[in-house]
Design a protein around this ligand. Sequence first.
Ligand code: 13P
Ligand code: SF4
Length: 357
Amino acid sequence: DAADLHARIRAAKAALGDRVVILGHFYQRDEVVQHADFLGDSFQLANAAQTVPNAETIVFCGVHFMAETADILARPGQDVILPNLAAGCSMADMADEDSVEECWAQLEELYGTEADAEGRVPIIPVTYMNSSAALKAFCGRHGGIVCTSSNAETVLEWAFERGQRVLFFPDQHLGRNTAKKMGVPLERMPMWNPRKPLGGNTADDLTDARVVLWHGFCSVHKRFTVEQVEKARADRPGVRVIVHPECPMPVVDAADEAGSTDYIRKAVAAAIEPTTFAIGTEINMVNRLAAEYPQHEIFCLDPVVCPCSTMYRIHPGYLAWVLEELVAERKPNVIRVPERVAADARVALDRMLAAKP
Ligand code: 13P
Ligand code: SF4
């Protein structure tokens, strides 16, 4: 039963001591979060992977692209374990290397490869953290960079200093919301559709583009609607609506604020007066905030439960299993990015870490 599982996890952790560190994303379920040594958003976890002391093994309670990133940034000899290999991310799967390469070749043909008078190259690739290591490596090879939802604006500024335009993948919503906030008009953000030549755009749409968006989205955050925001305002006058920037643009526009999971946590933590918050992000995090801050009324904008099904695949049973295997000197579920990919991906990740907000 659950108590038994927790006892097993605690016992194995105690036996392993500081040989193992457990990292957890805010979207993990409570039964997993209670065993994490560090909890964070995807940016903080990428940083933590680099700074964990002498642990030989990082057990990463999150999704596959996060564990890959941890492996790329971890020190040599340090292994990263994902307790359930089926914990992927449907958004990350929406951009594969071949399609991005194909798009890139067409854009290079259209824009050429000459820098302008200010030395800005025609296009810079920017990948959201929620992507495969191969796409981070693509960015590393082509003068590009990685971003997370907490530093997307800083990263786009970095890219616009060096490039006339940006190809942003895989999340169309984070790309659109961030570029809009920075004053880029919607007509200068055409969306690429890999199934058609020139992405179904005309050369004119693309020539004038400032940001070329990919078609990816998060299936959890795309469920939030403007109607839900309006209903929250009607039901709870004075409500503060905060959503994640993976939500569609009309939802972000209708909300009071948008920010990463860490931004949302900090906004709630900083509220002095009892406040009603309607939050547009994953349900495990919203419920945990509600339990942590009983002085506030905190609810999820989506009345039908809204979990990230792949984050949820890290069941405490898997955590107990991998820890016990480590005690038995075995290492299951190691995530190892081939060094040739990791080296290029590290370039793009290091640029992001250096450009941090
Ligand atoms: P952040 O942790 O950057 O807020 O991203 C949320 C998310 O969807 C992770 O998959
Ligand atoms: Fe991927 Fe969305 Fe889940 Fe984040 S919340 S891991 S973007 S499916």
